[in-house]
Design a protein around this ligand. Structure first.
Ligand SMILES: *Cc1c(COP(=O)(O)O)cnc(C)c1O
Ligand SMILES: [Zn+2]
Length: 415
């Protein structure tokens, strides 16, 4: 069954047929939305058909995704998504909130949110019989694509800036992707990838370019919905979801997921979305605060490499995700991000800087009165702290080194 009708440009609304191999709108470069056939999905499925599926991965939502079953049983491709949702009492009390959840995307197969997008793009690539998939990445998108392609024996080429954290580059290499480090930033790698895909006929996964990444990312909303909104507990106020923003594709995906659910009539109220950017990489927040959809590039500089972007590739939809849901943008400093790594660590959650940024944004929103104690809040940690051990180390004090003797230990402890 064809579950999607085609593509629609997010800027000029031109529609494109589903059979086309197309990335962004040829007229204006706008990001394309995949248009789901919600009418026929609604006819065929009820909520209970979805949430009773026996599949602990994002593939449990296959009926709501624009791809067919990609196969790959028994591989990491089939275990992407369905990440834990914690409710740490200690943080809830510290923040003075009644309801707080943290969704830990570091628990994906390659340890970041990007596995969701790469899983769906690999599914799509198999359908269109693409031989090779290429992506530009600051690290995580590449690791996810390399991991998901390795899982099913497909070829991938990854372009990353030469400054990408070593753990991420190690993942790319271990997964056996062809890795090309670019002597330039992410934006330079992005442009090169698009040209290479054109010239060599490769299928391009680039974030904010390939329309299917959002379709993978929307599965996080389905999981939040299933865990929190189908349980019968009625919350007085809409759910508030905090997520960090670089290119703006994750927040657009989360928005898309809830929009699909709204179109299906499976939720009554749209959650409020809060985007969090680093002070040194805030192009989308800048546009939001100037009431403008036009995105002006910045010279990005932040410790949170996964959200360090000069020119966001999904900025327009990322601004709308917040304006259309009554949320806001929050801008946080590198020091606040490091403090949040420590705060999350204290409840057993190890976040990379970009993941911790979302929590820092929640603290800002509470201080600024944009979130109050009775708002139910979900914070998404987008990536594991093991991705960037150097940043983690800089957030904490060094451990003392002692002689292996009881005297030295007493001296230390009784000091
Ligand atoms: C990619 C990424 C983000 C930001 O996602 P965008 O779609 O670029 O906004 C945030 N955190 C982590 C860990 C990421 O890998
Ligand atoms: Zn257009």
């Amino acid at each position: 069954m064809q579950k999607f009708l085609g593509y629609c440009c997010s800027i000029c609304k031109t529609e494109y047929a589903f059979s086309q191999l197309i990335y962004t709108c040829p007229k204006d470069g706008g990001n394309l939305d995949v248009v789901m056939d919600t009418v026929s999905i609604r006819k065929r499925y009820e909520i209970s058909d979805i949430i009773s599926r026996n599949d602990s991965s994002l593939w449990r939502y296959l009926p709501l995704l624009p791809v067919e079953d990609p196969g790959g049983e028994g591989t990491p491709l089939r275990t992407a998504g369905f990440t834990p949702l914690y409710s740490p009492r200690q943080l809830q009390e510290n923040l003075g909130l009644r309801e707080l959840w943290i969704k830990d995307e570091g628990r994906n197969p390659t340890a970041s949110f990007k596995d969701r997008a790469s899983a769906i793009v690999v599914g799509r690539a198999r359908e269109i019989q693409a031989e090779l998939i290429v992506t530009a990445s600051t690290g995580n998108a590449g690791a996810a694509l390399a991991g998901m392609t390795a899982a099913v024996g497909q070829k991938s080429v990854i372009f990353a800036p030469r400054t990408a954290p070593v753990a991420k580059v190690a993942q790319l290499l271990v997964f056996g992707a062809q890795v090309i480090l670019v002597d330039g930033n992410y934006d330079a790698a992005f442009d090169l990838t698009v040209k290479a895909a054109e010239e060599f006929g490769w299928y391009c996964r680039n974030t904010g370019y390939n329309p299917f990444t959002v379709e993978g990312k929307k599965t996080a909303s389905f999981e939040i919905w299933e865990a929190i909104m189908t349980g019968g507990t009625k919350y007085q106020k809409p759910l508030c979801v905090f997520v960090s923003v670089g290119d703006g594709n994750i927040i657009s995906g989360i928005h898309k997921g809830f929009k699909d659910l709204l179109a299906l009539g499976w939720i009554e109220q749209m959650p409020r979305l809060f985007g969090v950017q680093a002070e040194g990489s805030a192009a989308i927040a800048n546009a939001f605060f100037s009431n403008n959809e036009e995105i002006f590039p910045v010279a990005a500089n932040t410790i949170a490499d996964s959200i360090s972007v000069d020119l966001p590739r999904d900025g327009v939809r990322a601004v709308r995700a917040v304006t259309q849901t009554g949320g806001s943008y929050e801008v946080v400093s590198d020091q606040e991000i490091l403090n949040s790594i420590v705060a999350l660590g204290k409840v057993g959650i190890f976040a990379e800087p970009a993941g911790a940024a979302a929590y820092a944004g929640l603290e800002k929103a509470i201080l600024g009165g944009r979130i109050s104690s009775d708002d139910p809040v979900v914070v998404i940690n987008t990536g594991s702290g093991l991705k960037d051990v150097r940043a983690a180390t800089s957030a904490v004090k060094n451990a003392p080194i002692i002689e292996p003797s009881m005297k030295a230990l007493r001296d230390l402890l009784l000091k």
